[in-house]
Write a protein that binds this ligand. Structure first.
Ligand code: ATP
Ligand code: MG
Length: 644
């Protein structure tokens, strides 16, 4: 048995040999001539000279061998529908969609913007693009016309694929009027708009531009559209970051590197096997949806569940806080992927939902996107009878985990996950902690610093920022001097602040912007949030630092309660505030005690469910909250503004 640390080290020191081996997991029309070209740092080119196709590897090769195995399971508690597509059926639908795109004039390298709810046709559209070498840009279906129009102008799509609408809590959400308005606002005009008519909301079609999928599908019923063999380095898609820290960045992904990275991650990180079922509760509008609803599971030969609906709504529009677990039971899900924010929603539900269903197929639950606080991890772990709860740390930019627990590697020792920690650097990532001021590596048993990855980034990570190589370099890269050789080495960072303990476990403490300085003490807002979250009636907490004349900065805490019982009087509110302050005093000391604790009904979040701390901080300091195009529920921020 090899230790994981050795295995990880080997993936770096024998980089080319390591990835050459992993590249065998996918089919190549022409094998790569060079594994990694890093002659123009920080730009890395993976599997140079190789030709492959993502759709071939995700669909066709499995359809050829196991045509009747389940590939896509589309479940909607909104429209009360469930449909399983086998690999053969999925291939046929993708070919019909690919033929439609070709018919509408889409050529290799053209962009196709996908603005869709969580329905099977969205998956067909993504795979149809990769099949013909078109570059997709999926825009989250909840975005308003302003955000959509800037993305239209950035991507300049030949065709937009959309639908009449989505549905949320059994109420239709029209998409088409937003899309029409966005196209009006945009400089760029698509040649055609392909619309899925779900019969949810009425649509006006624009003559000469809008076409219906129903008609096109019928026209191309028997279409056979071969996969186009693409250079490994050809772009496959662009996708925007969540916009938590400012204006979203358009990440550009390649073809071969992404396919190899995801195909490797399925067994190594997730322990998934062909024929099993993967269930990610994310949305195709986010990176988790790209990598672990669509591409990863299918590349790994697994079936994948696409779920449209709330985590608390069941079939026949009945309340069901156990709907996810019902699906795990019904489809024998082996790997599940969700986000801490979703688990915090479930925390407000009856925990009995977790024990009502047969969850024996489930091997582990993976969570990513935000710090996973210990109380939340413990709550779900207890609820799932001690099944492994594994925190993954990564980003839109990387496409797959930077930190995690890779327990599916044969011949390599397994690591125990620890609550509060996303574990260890994933194979292929050369992770360091560096001092923010000097840029030098921080070593030692309890090291704290900015988390960086030394270049080259492994396969699957962003190639560049779409249309903006300069922004790619200036946003993410710094040159770090090697103390011994004086040589400059490129390091990548999104400025997350982290700690590494004596056993090598990493802990994400928040973004460097979220580190606050109270009377000379540096505190991660996350540490304070974690302490507050341990209060029995706290559902969620957000802590920000605000300017203070005396102390430099003080912490302000915003909290949502699990139950409103006892919070209907000023005395009740005061009591809970004081309990929270005592809790922080006890855990972290009085320096960390928030100057005020405000109990609010909702916290401002991005559409992807991340806390918008910068907006909270701006409002608390009486400043303009800046770019709010990615906010989910503006009224939550308004309510807080009137409170402070
Ligand atoms: P933007 O870059 O536009 O400001 P964003 O960083 O929120 O938005 P994403 O790519 O969706 O966009 O999120 C990646 C970030 O989310 C990470 O850099 C980190 O700050 C946070 N994150 C992701 N996973 C974890 C995790 N497991 N623990 C702590 N933080 C996490
Ligand atoms: Mg980011």
């Amino acid at each position: 048995m090899q230790s994981y640390a050795d295995f990880h080290q080997q993936s770096l020191s024998d980089r080319d040999a390591f990835w050459a081996e992993q590249a065998k997991r996918i089919d190549w029309e022409t094998p790569p001539q060079q594994i990694c070209d890093y002659s123009n740092p920080p730009f890395a080119r993976w599997f140079v000279g190789g030709k492959t196709n993502i759709c071939h590897n995700a669909v066709d090769r499995h359809a050829a061998q196991r045509p009747n195995d389940a590939a896509l399971i589309a479940v909607s508690t909104e429209t009360n529908t469930e449909k399983t597509y086998s690999f053969a059926e999925l291939q046929r639908e993708v070919e019909r969609m690919a033929a439609t795109l070709l018919d509408l004039g889409v050529q290799q390298g053209d962009r196709v913007l996908i603005y869709m709810p969580m329905i099977a046709e969205a998956c067909f559209a993504m795979l149809a693009c990769t099949r013909i070498g078109a570059i997709h840009s999926v825009v989250f279906g909840g975005f308003a016309s302003g955000s959509l129009s800037t993305r239209i102008d950035d991507a300049q799509p030949k065709v937009i694929v959309s639908a009449d609408g989505g549905s949320r809590g059994a109420k239709p959400v029209p998409y088409k009027p937003l899309l029409d308005e966005a196209i009006n606002l945009a400089q760029h005009k698509p040649a055609a708009v392909l619309l899925i008519d779900r019969g949810l909301t009425p649509m006006n079609l624009v003559e000469g531009r809008d076409v219906l999928w129903g008609d096109m599908r019928a026209k191309h019923m028997d279409a056979q559209v071969p996969c186009v063999w693409l250079d490994s380095t050809a772009p496959s898609y662009t996708l925007y970051t969540s916009g938590t820290t400012g204006k979203p960045k358009g990440v550009q992904r390649d073809t071969g590197g992404y396919a190899v990275a995801l195909a490797t991650s399925i067994p190594y990180i997730y322990g998934g096997k062909p024929g099993e079922t993967f269930f990610s509760t994310s949305d195709i509008g986010w990176v988790v949806g790209h990598s672990y609803i669509i591409y990863g599971p299918l590349l790994g030969g697994m079936a994948t569940i696409m779920y449209e609906g709330l985590p608390t709504q069941g079939f026949d529009h009945q309340p069901d806080g156990g709907i996810w677990w019902r699906l795990v039971d019904k489809y024998k899900v082996s790997v599940m992927f969700s986000a801490p924010t979703a688990i915090r929603v479930l925390k407000k539900q009856d925990p009995a939902h977790l024990t009502k269903h047969d969850l024996s197929s489930l091997k582990a639950l993976f969570l990513a996107g935000e710090p996973l606080d210990e109380p939340t991890a413990k709550w779900i772990s207890d609820g799932l009878n001690g099944k492994p709860i594994i925190d993954n740390y990564w980003q839109t930019e990387t496409g797959w985990p930077i930190l995690g627990i890779s327990n599916g590697i044969e011949g390599v020792e397994k690591n125990q996950p620890r609550f509060g920690s996303p574990g260890f650097p994933t194979y292929g990532y050369n992770v360091r902690l560096v001092d923010e001021a000097t840029g030098l590596a921080v070593e030692g048993d309890d090291a704290k610093g900015v988390l960086v990855v030394e270049g080259p980034l492994p396969p699957g990570c962003l190639q560049t920022v779409w249309g903006d190589d300069k922004r790619f370099v200036s946003t993410y890269w710094n040159k770090m001097e090697d103390a011994a050789t004086g040589e400059g080495r490129w390091v990548y960072s999104t400025y997350d602040w982290a700690r590494r303990d004596a056993d090598g476990y990493y802990f994400i403490l928040g973004r460097t912007d979220d580190v606050i300085n109270v009377a000379g003490h540096r505190l991660g807002t996350r540490e304070i949030e974690e302490s507050i979250a341990a209060h029995p009636n706290v559902a969620e907490a957000a802590v920000v630092g605000v300017a203070d004349d005396v102390k430099g900065q003080v912490a302000l805490a915003f909290v949502t309660a699990k139950s409103s019982e006892g919070l209907d009087t000023p005395e009740g509110i005061k009591k809970m505030e004081q309990e929270i302050m005592r809790q922080v005093d006890g855990d972290l000391g009085a320096v960390a005690r928030p100057a005020r604790v405000m109990i609010v009904t909702a916290l401002p979040k991005t559409r992807s469910g991340k806390l918008l701390r910068r907006a909270l901080q701006a409002v608390a300091e009486g400043r303009d909250p800046g770019d709010l195009t990615t906010i989910d529920d503006p009224s939550s921020l308004m309510a807080i503004k009137s409170m402070v």
